[in-house]
Design a binder for this molecule. Structure first.
Ligand SMILES: *[C@@H]1O[C@H](CO)[C@@H](O)[C@H](O)[C@H]1NC(C)=O
Ligand SMILES: *[C@@H]1O[C@H](CO)[C@@H](O)[C@H](O)[C@H]1NC(C)=O
Ligand SMILES: *[C@@H]1O[C@H](CO)[C@@H](O)[C@H](O)[C@H]1NC(C)=O
Ligand SMILES: *[C@@H]1O[C@H](CO)[C@@H](O)[C@H](O)[C@H]1NC(C)=O
Length: 964
């Protein structure tokens, strides 16, 4: 939506500029191309153009017509009918992809670019040029050529978005006839800058100036400099690093200024008392993302010509002023992302009545507004866009809104609305294209045979009560672009027409419902790039994937049968089939999906040698190919194959998975040795789970060079040998993860599917956010021998350590007490001997301890936390030589004397014990409780950052929770 408005605005500005140029007075030259003229081109100018062409790369062949004698016939070249001089050169790349728009996948490269470092100066020969447009091309960081400053007849100069870099040449100040100057740039790699704006002084005819994206931060007097340009109609200085908006003058010279756009400059000032309030003829005022604070000032009421106000993304508070009654031209009002914090009814009530029929955009997302939706919005007959999402609006949706015949966008999502929406709420919305009422407590009650008057492009009904039946009234909405009906209580089969009606939709999401039945065998006709059906009750085989799909999520259903025999979707990035009953093998064609970032086919019944995407021949050239991005796995960050029946050796293709962060092969039948190339080939690995396989041989020593590894689980394999002493290299385990690490923790790909962790003796499902706070080393149930390396005490981040069921000997390292974060420690079923180190009692976070079945001896240490644990389980069973509380075996002699004193001591001990238990309990509980609390706070902060994901994660957590 914002992008659409942006497009609109940009388009309008471009047209305006053209208009300005074309109606420019005193233009004795005709602007038309001479057609049918024979050889009117002036040869010197033709040569200049030829030599300019020679300096360009033109992969799209846009200059193919640039041949032959008459250059006036060439594409983009216009000559004067009177003098034959070239007066206009328009090489604008009209296909300018908007990089904000991620749905644009195929960027057609229509750009012209330079074949050398600098632009040929031959154009300088076009002395009569009045119009030069090179915008939208890719001059790849070259500087704006100084010769432009010598084209003194120029009226129109557009070099925008052309990847120019470096200093804005002050020679532009020679272009005294210039009426339109656009050197704006949206590009972040290349940036123009200007040390001063003194050169602007001579451009007195300038009607449009756009220097957006040009760094003007050193220019302190910019207000003063632009205020000289008394002919200006349009001034755009978006994202220029400007800081001040004050001017000394009480009256501005810009009496003709109609459009002022200063968005994305961090003025950090109050909205009151700024120079622009003097510009009372303004029609458009754009001040988005300016860090403006304070109330919206009364001065606004004087701007009676104003049509467009964009004050979004600031820190403004309170109502709009009450003196707006003369503002009868208002069309577009954008206040999103401010902390207005008043009732939406009162706010809208202050909009002047005379503009009710002219306002067509009213956007009030995320303004912390309260109260009910005002009925009067139903009287704003011109309204085309009404947005009030993410506020705290309560009550029902007024029926009158259903009469807004011009409404195209209605977004009331994420509020506290309730009540029932009936067809009357929509019956007059003839032009509705986008409807978002998600995340309220709204119920849809619409008869199935209702025929809506609109053709929707986007609909979001997430978390509304839509079901149990699939909404049949959507059947004729064949222009749909995104459809989302997640968590909407749908308990139905997905109707057959779904796959026809929405075959051209790009994003389809009906996850978290109770949809059942099977899918069509083949979805290749679908245009979708994203299909999410996770958490339903769908059955039958996995269909053939849509050709252009990039996200395909069928997790947590009951799909069965084997995978489609070919997976040929070159754009596939996220492929999630976890938690189904899929059998058979993975088709080898998946190896063509070289863009896969996330593959999760865990918890199925898949068999065979997983992912044979590595040819031995690759091995020889692995050096050159390891970095190549056309290799399967090269961009993969999460791979989960766990809980299947895969066999074979450690998958070799992982040698090219240099971006892998999470690898889970657990609960399969993989065998062979653990490869030595892990640290070299997967240096970013954070989570490695190989649990319950048949890997054998030693733990490779260099495994400890995985500097980001914080979760290592190789339990239940046949690993022998000793624990590498170089453990202390595991840097990520030497770090205690507090809540402030929040950002650090979320540099990783988000893992919103829960994973199960065996800890504290039970299996829990953790979502990845929580996962990130665990530091786990689990080597249990192998045949490890030797001592625990002393270095283990360096891994102070460890929250879970499990070395149970090995053949480890010797003492428990005395410094184990340094592992202050330990919540769970299991050393059971080994051959540890000697005394239990007293440091153990320093582990105040410990809530699970198991030392059973070793050869430990001596006195059991005491301490508040241990008292709690001792009392809860069989921590010490199977160590015959241990004595002291909580075991019944006494550590002291048995003489009656001693017995008495012991009895006496016991009495003391017991009262101490109760006290200790009390404290221990409180401490223990408190630790758990606070951790939860803190984690929840982060989770919330995090969710606010990635708000779309919020819903997903929330729902999944809720589901995981419910399952527990
Ligand atoms: C939202 O408004 C309420 C008053 O209505 C205020 O107490 C609260 O602080 C505001 N929220 C934020 C995030 O500023
Ligand atoms: C896939 O994308 C290409 C390029 O955008 C498009 O031409 C083609 O029609 C799409 N295929 C389907 C089935 O929509
Ligand atoms: C340690 O590992 C063993 C074997 O995998 C398991 O049975 C036990 O529950 C684990 N201990 C803890 C505390 O999780
Ligand atoms: C401690 O370990 C032993 C042996 O593995 C086991 O029998 C016992 O249940 C464990 N204790 C707890 C509380 O898990």
């Amino acid at each position: 939506m914002a992008a659409e408005l942006g497009h609109l605005a940009r388009g309008a500005a471009a047209i305006l500029c053209l208009l300005i140029f074309h109606v420019a007075p005193s233009d004795s030259h005709a602007q038309v191309r001479i057609s049918g003229g024979n050889g009117t081109c002036i040869s010197r100018e033709r040569e200049a153009l030829m030599s300019f062409k020679a300096s360009l790369l033109d992969p799209a062949g846009r200059l193919l017509s640039w041949q032959g004698e008459d250059c006036c016939q060439w594409e983009g070249v216009w000559c004067s009918s009177r003098t034959s001089h070239v007066i206009k050169l328009d090489l604008r790349n009209t296909y300018m992809p908007d990089y904000d728009d991620l749905t644009v996948r195929y960027i057609m490269d229509n750009s012209l670019s330079l074949s050398r470092d600098e632009m040929s100066s031959s154009l300088a020969a076009l002395r009569h040029l009045r119009y030069l447009d090179l915008s939208g091309n890719d001059f790849n960081g070259a500087s704006i050529p100084v010769f432009v400053g010598s084209m003194e007849n120029l009226r129109y100069l557009n070099l925008s978005s052309s990847q120019f870099n470096g200093r804005v040449p002050f020679q532009l100040g020679n272009l005294s006839k210039l009426q339109c100057l656009d050197i704006s740039s949206k590009n972040y790699c290349h940036k123009l800058h200007a040390a001063d704006l003194a050169w602007l002084d001579s451009l007195q005819l300038l009607r449009k100036l756009d220097m957006s994206g040009v760094d003007l931060s050193p220019v302190q007097d910019w207000v003063y400099m632009v205020d000289m340009l008394s002919s200006l109609r349009v001034l755009r200085l978006v994202d220029c690093g400007l800081t001040s908006t004050l001017s000394g003058a009480s009256k501005s010279n810009l009496t003709h200024l109609e459009i002022l756009d200063l968005s994305s400059n961090l003025f950090k000032t109050s909205l009151e008392n700024n120079w622009f309030w003097n510009l009372t003829n303004l029609k458009e005022l754009h001040l988005s993302r300016c860090e403006m604070h304070g109330p919206i000032p009364e001065e606004l009421g004087n701007m009676t010509s104003l049509q467009v106000i964009d004050l979004s993304k600031n820190d403004l508070v309170g109502l709009i002023p009450s003196n707006l009654e003369k503002m009868c031209n208002l069309k577009v009002l954008i206040f999103d992302d401010n902390n207005i914090s008043v009732s939406i009814g009162e706010f809208i009530n202050r909009l002047p009545r005379c503009s009710w029929s002219t306002i067509h955009v009213l956007s009030m997302d995320r303004m912390n507004m309260t109260g009910k939706l005002p009925i009067l919005v139903g009287n704003m007959t011109g309204l085309s866009v009404f947005k009030a999402s993410r506020n705290k609006i309560v009550g029902t949706v007024p029926l009158g809104y259903g009469a807004l015949g011009n409404l195209t966008v209605l977004d009331l999502s994420n509020n506290e609305l309730n009540g029932v929406l009936k067809k009357e709420h929509f019956s007059g919305l003839l032009h509705l294209e986008s409807l978002d009422i998600s995340h309220n407590s709204l119920k849809m009650d619409i008869e199935p045979n209702w025929a809506p008057p609109f053709r929707l492009k986007d609909i979001n009904l997430d978390s509304c009560l839509v079901g149990p039946h699939f909404p049949v009234w959507l059947r004729w909405q064949t222009d749909m672009y995104t459809l989302s009906i997640r968590n909407a209580n749908l308990d139905d089969v997905i109707p057959d027409w779904f796959w026809v009606t929405f075959s051209r939709a790009l994003i389809l999401d009906v996850s978290v419902n109770m949809l059942h039945g099977s899918l069509p065998a083949n979805l290749q006709h679908m245009s979708a790039t994203s299909i999410s059906l996770w958490s339903n009750k769908l059955t039958g085989p996995v269909p053939w994937l849509p050709i252009n799909i990039s996200i395909f999520d069928l997790s947590s259903n009951s799909f069965s049968g084997s995978l489609p025999s070919e997976i040929k979707s070159p754009w596939l990035e996220v492929f999630l089939l976890a938690n189904n009953q899929i059998t058979g093998t993975i088709p080898s064609s998946i190896c063509l999906s070289t863009r896969l970032r996330r593959l999760d086919i865990s918890r199925n019944n898949l068999t065979g040698d997983a992912l044979q995407c590595w040819k031995e021949s690759d091995n020889n050239t692995s050096v050159s190919r390891a970095n190549s991005t056309d290799q399967f796995g090269s961009v993969m960050s999460i791979l989960a194959l766990n809980n299947n029946d895969f066999s074979g050796e450690f998958p070799k293709f992982l040698q090219s998975a240099s971006q892998l962060k999470i690898l889970d092969l657990s609960y399969n039948r993989f065998f062979g040795t653990l490869p030595k190339w892990l640290p070299e080939k997967m240096p970013d690995l954070e989570i490695l789970r190989l649990r319950s396989n048949m890997f054998n041989d030693h733990i490779p020593n260099n495994l400890t060079f995985l500097l980001h590894l914080r979760y290592l689980d190789i339990a239940h394999n046949n690993i022998s040998g000793t624990i590498p002493w170089s453990l202390s290299n595991l840097k990520a385990m030497r770090y205690v993860y507090y809540n402030d690490d929040y950002d650090y923790a979320f540099n990783s790909p988000v893992f919103d599917e829960s994973m199960s962790v065996i800890t504290k003796g039970t299996t829990r499902d953790y979502t990845f956010e929580i996962y990130k706070l665990l530091v786990i080393l689990d080597l249990s149930c192998n045949s490890l021998t030797g001592h625990i390396p002393e270095e283990i005490s360096f891994l102070i981040g460890l929250t879970n350590l499990n070395l149970s069921s090995n053949q480890l000997i010797g003492e428990i390292p005395s410094k184990i007490g340094d592992l202050k974060q330990l919540e769970s420690l299991d050393l059971s079923y080994n051959k540890f001997s000697h005394e239990i180190p007293s440091g153990l009692s320093a582990l105040t976070s410990l809530s699970h301890l198991n030392l059973s079945y070793n050869n430990l001896s001596g006195v059991i240490p005491s301490g508040p936390q241990l008292q709690v644990l001792n009392n809860l389980n069989y921590t010490y069973i199977g160590n015959p030589a241990l004595c002291g509380y909580p075991l019944s075996k006494n550590c002291f002699a048995t003489s009656t004397d001693a017995k008495q004193s012991v009895n006496h001591e016991d009495a003391d001990h017991i009262s101490y014990l109760y006290l200790g238990m009390g404290i221990g309990f409180v401490v223990g509980l408190w630790v758990v409780f606070c951790t939860m609390l803190l984690r929840r706070t982060w989770a919330i902060a995090y969710f606010q950052i990635i708000d779309k994901l919020y819903d997903e994660v929330y729902v999944r957590v809720a589901i995981a929770w419910a399952r527990l």
